[in-house]
Design a protein around this ligand. Structure first.
Ligand code: NDP
Ligand code: PYC
Length: 343
């Protein structure tokens, strides 16, 4: 039977599962917030479906559930660096955020670098945490080799998400957040579990031929969005959020991890920019000018990215979220058996 839960109830349940599996308070609470936010906002590919993968990664010893991230001494005022100490990215982001925002307000632009973190999450929760502070945000990270470069035939780039946010005083921010592959890999796995064929153009098989079979796609390679354009943006993310920050690129992650069935460990780059500082001395209020642009987009009948998500959030906050029978049973199983419930 399906089960409807309030958001606080779901978050408490997810946190209890993660603590039962041996994660400390800092890791489990940050992860529970981001996983619950995925369900709340109708982003199933990064909601409770990710719990099992996180526990499998913990059981395999590829992530530290007891990690306490640490802010490292600054080499440059514009760069805040957090060592995730082999834990998940979200608690590391949370401890670095206040200093990132302070430096971005002060300098106009600042970066938060998170190193040595396991990353399975959507990026928009981090983008929104920055826009909530009146700053614009650009966030990106590699993953593991699973995407063929445009014109290539085998996995090399990651699904490398990139997300941007612009603060809108008194309204939800403008936010987009997407993989640089046609879709997130989680979507392919969800299609496989549901026995549904993929749309054409998402993936190729291990012989480099187009496929709509999710299993063949997982064994082959995903395709970048927009052909050579997505391929170039994916490569930029490898450079900025891998090479430049002294962390692993997606092919290196796969070499170290040896599988695409566990959550990957690498780094993450979060840029915070102050529109007020950049526009100072120029005519016009940047926030008012941005609103005119958004109105013009909507005036053509187009929707802004994240509007679907914000509508799902409003519904979930008032009515709760409904889990399928299989999802509710899976949560019960994970809570009852902890790491024994996963391979
Ligand atoms: P989607 O293609 O589903 O959506 C991407 C973005 O486009 C969203 O901001 C969405 O807003 C917006 N959008 C969708 N349709 C429209 C439309 N018609 N008009 C305007 N905007 C639209 O995302 P992906 O499958 O590429 O990625 C899903 C998630 O996976 C992301 O959150 C990403 O961070 C995450 N991911 C994480 C990885 C990791 O390594 N941690 C790797 C890859 C992906 P809305 O939500 O409102 O529909
Ligand atoms: O959905 O592509 C994905 C993904 C990879 C790592 C985390 N999410």
């Amino acid at each position: 039977m399906s089960q409807t839960l309030s958001i606080p109830a779901l978050q408490a349940r997810v946190e209890a599962i993660l603590m039962r599996a041996g994660m400390n308070d800092q890791q489990s609470s940050a992860l529970a917030r981001v996983i619950t936010a995925g369900e709340r906002d109708g982003c199933k590919s990064h909601g409770i479906y990710r719990i099992e993968g996180s526990l499998r990664t913990l059981k395999a010893g590829k992530v530290r559930g007891d990690a306490r991230p640490e802010i490292l001494p600054s080499v440059s005022r514009g760069i805040v660096r957090v060592d995730a100490r082999g834990g998940f990215s979200n608690p590391a982001f949370e401890i670095g955020l206040p200093l990132l925002a302070e430096r971005a307000r002060d300098l106009g632009l600042a970066a938060l670098v998170v190193n040595d973190c396991t990353h399975f999450a959507a990026l928009w929760p981090e983008v929104e945490a920055v826009t909530d502070r009146g700053l614009a945000a650009l966030v990106m990270c590699p993953s593991y080799a699973s995407v063929a470069p445009a014109g290539g035939k085998s996995p090399l780039l990651g699904t490398n998400p990139i997300a941007f946010g612009w603060p809108r005083p008194g309204r939800p921010p403008y936010v987009f957040d997407f993989a640089t592959s046609v879709v997130a890999r989680g979507e392919i796995e969800l299609h496989r579990r549901a026995g549904r064929a993929l749309p054409e153009g998402w993936a190729i098989d291990d012989a480099g031929q187009p496929t709509t079979d999710p299993a063949a796609a997982l064994a082959g390679a995903m395709l970048p969005f927009g052909g050579h354009k997505g391929s170039a943006i994916g490569t930029m993310i490898e450079l900025l959020a891998g090479v430049m920050i002294g962390d692993l690129t997606s092919p290196e992650v796969l070499d170290v991890l040896g599988t695409t069935t566990l959550a990957p460990m690498h780094g993450e780059l979060i840029l915070a920019l102050s529109p007020a500082a950049f526009a100072a001395g120029r005519e016009g209020d940047p926030f008012a000018r941005a609103e005119r642009l958004f109105e013009a987009i909507k005036g053509q009948g187009a929707r802004l990215p994240s509007e679907r998500r914000f509508a799902a959030r409003a519904r979930a906050l008032s009515d709760g979220v409904t889990l399928t029978d299989a999802e509710a049973k899976q949560l019960d199983r994970l809570l009852a058996h902890g790491l024994d419930a996963v391979d």
